[in-house]
Design a protein around this ligand. Structure first.
Ligand code: 6PG
Length: 478
């Protein structure tokens, strides 16, 4: 075979990825279950590079140079297993199967193990950036063996997005499921970012009394500062858009029920298993799920709320500045939580993930790309064992400077009855982390009272139990 890479599964993501490889000078074998899609790709985009259209699985495998590199771009879940089973028997030792879908990292771990036993490398790759990213340069998060990255890395580096300093947004994340795990957390952070932006919008609309167009303008100006990011940029576009049919703001005619395909939910499920408090991401997932409970919301519409007047014009402008502070501070917390989860996953599974390089490859191409990520990269590069992003001097200073406004915004939201679970959870996390004493001591006392679950003391080693039902003397249980 002559093709350096093959792509099977030519829906929009697969097609665009194949075109990206071809546009970068690679010979690309393309294959799809229904061959008409393969032909359509070559007919339409054949002049962009060198494609080898394969009708059958055998033809596809034969078209690839050895060791074969075969990218699967099908729906995550059973379709992925089916395609692996179709191709694996045709492959030889040392060949590499690459799964570019949004797979669950536990599936990736299983597939990697099974294929390794058959002498085949399996690389689970997180790819972010949507359709446009796949075509023009995504952020790429490959897991799998170091050996497979040696063969695959140079190709991925060519097609990946380039950060402002020119570095390609791809790095070998770690063994087996590490790449898909990091992509999963990327999406969790994406949910949190989106929720925080939505809360900022809701407050500007309901408390400051701004129109969608004015909020678009506000976001555009925020986008020139420290919040500079793709999600803020597209939010301004969406808010400025007018519905053609009605002439109303687009955002007013869309059903307000957010959907999800599952990666944010996975992030929270796994965080619960790992014991990592990703409260901001969890609130973002819950906010989407609450929005979708139409009947429950309908039944609750008559519940009383506060009677508070929106702000006057002068106060509104000041409030908008405070919302920017609250948004930025909450965003720092989301990333703190997300990176904590990556750190915990890395320890649990022995992945040895370099957090600085994760931040580095999120600087361009992906949905959460932002100027901010270069600063996170800097923080982890300066101190790779940073206990938390909030321990970084600069982030600590910034969040400290934002806190008064952050509190004022959460207070205003509470007073005015505007739900801001993201801002609120982030602030609670911040306050809990910095607290000298938490009421967890009381929780321990309760547990010891009803279940003799024991507690530790601040002044002595060991574990203890108080005889709550007896004379309330303390016994050592260790
Ligand atoms: C990306 C996106 C991508 C996809 C999400 C959408 O990084 O390119 O995250 O993976 O658009 O899965 O997720 P929801 O449908 O769950 O919002």
């Amino acid at each position: 075979g002559t093709a350096q890479i093959g792509v099977t599964g030519l829906a929009v993501m697969g097609r665009n990825l194949a075109r990206n490889f071809a546009r970068n000078g690679f010979t690309v074998a393309v294959h799809n279950r229904t061959a008409s899609k393969t032909r359509a790709l070559v007919d339409e985009f054949g002049d962009e590079g060198t494609f080898v259209a394969a009708e059958s699985a055998a033809e596809f495998v034969a078209a690839l140079e050895r060791p074969r590199r075969l990218v699967i771009m099908v729906k995550a879940g059973e379709p992925t297993d089916a395609v692996i089973e179709e191709f694996a028997p045709l492959l030889e030792e040392g060949d590499v199967i690459i799964d570019g879908g949004n797979a669950h990292f536990a599936d990736t771990r299983r597939r990697e193990r099974e294929l390794r036993e058959r002498g085949i490398h399996f690389v689970g790759v997180g790819i972010s950036g949507g359709e446009e990213g796949a075509l023009h340069g995504p952020s790429i998060m490959p897991g799998g063996s170091a050996e497979s990255y040696e063969s695959l890395g140079p190709l991925l580096e060519r097609i990946a997005a380039k950060a402002p300093d020119g570095a390609p947004c791809v790095a070998h994340i770690g063994p087996d499921g590490a790449g898909h795990f990091v992509k999963m957390v990327h999406n969790g952070i994406e949910y949190a970012d989106m929720q925080l932006i939505a809360e900022a919008y809701h407050l500007l609309r309901s408390v400051a009394g701004y129109s969608p167009a004015k909020i678009a303008e506000t976001f555009r100006s925020w986008n020139t500062g420290r919040l500079d990011s793709y999600l803020i940029e597209i939010t301004a576009e969406v808010l400025a858009h007018t519905d053609e049919a009605t002439g109303k703001p687009f955002v007013d005619i869309v059903t307000d029920q957010a959907e999800q395909k599952g990666t944010g939910r996975w992030t929270v499920q796994i965080a619960l298993d790992l014991g990592v408090p990703v409260s901001g991401i969890a609130e973002a997932v819950f906010a989407r799920s609450l929005s979708g409970h139409a009947a429950l919301r309908e039944a609750s519409r008559t519940l009383p709320g506060p009677t508070a007047a929106p702000l006057g014009e002068a106060d509104a402008a000041r409030f908008a500045d405070q919302v920017e502070q609250a948004l930025y501070a909450s965003k720092i917390v989301s990333y703190t939580q997300g990176f904590h989860q990556i750190q915990a996953g890395s320890e649990e599974y022995g992945w040895n993930i370099d957090l600085g390089s994760v931040a580095a490859i999120w600087r361009a191409g992906c949905i959460i790309r932002a100027a901010f990520l270069d600063r996170i990269r800097g923080a982890f590069d300066t101190q790779p064992d940073l206990p938390s992003l909030l321990s970084d001097k600069q982030f600590a200073e910034e969040i400290g400077a934002a806190q008064d406004d952050w509190r004022a915004v959460v207070a205003a939201a509470v007073h005015q009855g505007v739900p801001t679970p993201g801002f609120g959870a982030a602030l609670a996390y911040y306050d809990a982390l910095r607290a000298e004493r938490l009421p967890a001591a009381l929780t321990q006392g309760q547990r010891d009272f009803f279940g003799a679950h024991t507690y530790r003391r601040t002044d002595r080693e060991g574990s203890f139990h108080t005889l709550w039902g007896g004379d309330r003397s303390e016994v050592s249980t260790s």
